[in-house]
Design a protein around this ligand. Structure first.
Ligand SMILES: C[S@@+](CC[C@H](N)C(=O)[O-])C[C@H]1O[C@@H](n2cnc3c(N)ncnc32)[C@H](O)[C@@H]1O
Length: 226
């Protein structure tokens, strides 16, 4: 190892390799996403809902539980992931006519009408993003959200004094916790005080709360559209 210590640095490869989940993994992912959406949003029936960083659309088969949105936007930088999700959901016999895909790596929501979205959600997106990218996402999304609406986005939150160090989550001893998060590379963690400071960047959102979440180690951050 050289003096920098960063020889093992790797970016996530989502842009290069599609994210294709299997049924068992989808069941795990949705086991915390579905209850959180019901708790924080209630019934999605007839609403405009967006999943930012949707991957292969694990929520696609869960519309009976969540309520069928009028429009279900699924956004990701990986078109193959979204297409794989659409094909899987359709093959399972679901009506996908309310799903609209949005593909960009710079959070381009220009095809979404202003102030139209009722609810926005992300699972494990901000854990892969630097603060700059998080701010870009918030800034671009906020004008598309109705006033007072919520964006619930999961993040890796560490105690304030741990932010500048790497953080090994394996002490939790649960499935999916064999992960180290970092202040300088993906997967990114942020201190609670840093998350709260996101309110001060004039993104159009305020940070309302950091909620417990069913994810093995992430929290669910509540952003409210001003
Ligand atoms: C850990 S996966 C989570 C996928 C999905 N939310 C789920 O729960 O299965 C992270 C997703 O974020 C997407 N992503 C990462 N950076 C992104 C960006 N800048 N813009 C849009 N999507 C991004 C990746 O392509 C990937 O699908």
């Amino acid at each position: 190892m050289s003096s920098t210590g960063y020889e093992n640095y790797t970016e996530n490869n989502y842009g290069k390799k599609p994210r294709i989940t299997n049924e068992e993994y989808r069941e795990r992912l949705t086991s915390w996403q579905v209850p959180a959406i019901i708790e924080h949003f209630g019934d999605l029936t007839g609403k405009i809902f967006i999943d930012v960083g949707a991957g292969d659309i694990v929520l696609g088969e869960k519309m009976a539980e969540l309520g069928r949105p009028k429009t279900f936007y699924v956004q990701d930088l990986s078109q193959p992931s979204l297409e794989a999700g659409l094909a899987r959901i359709k093959a399972a016999g679901f009506d996908i006519s309310n799903i609209t895909t949005l593909v960009s790596d710079n959070f381009n929501f220009e095809n979404v009408p202003d102030e139209s979205i009722d609810f926005a959600f992300s699972n494990s997106l901000f854990s892969h993003l630097s603060i700059d990218s998080i701010l870009l996402c918030l800034r671009n999304l906020s004008s598309k959200m109705k006033k007072g609406s919520k964006y619930m986005s999961s993040m890796i939150v560490v105690p304030n004094e741990e932010e500048s160090k790497s953080y090994d989550w394996s002490f939790l001893g649960k499935e999916g916790t064999n992960v180290i998060s970092y202040p300088v590379k993906d997967p990114f963690h942020y201190a609670e005080s840093t998350v709260s400071l996101l309110s001060s960047f004039r993104t159009g959102f305020t940070v309302e709360a950091i909620h417990d979440y069913g994810h093995p180690f992430q929290k669910l951050v509540e952003f409210k559209k001003k």
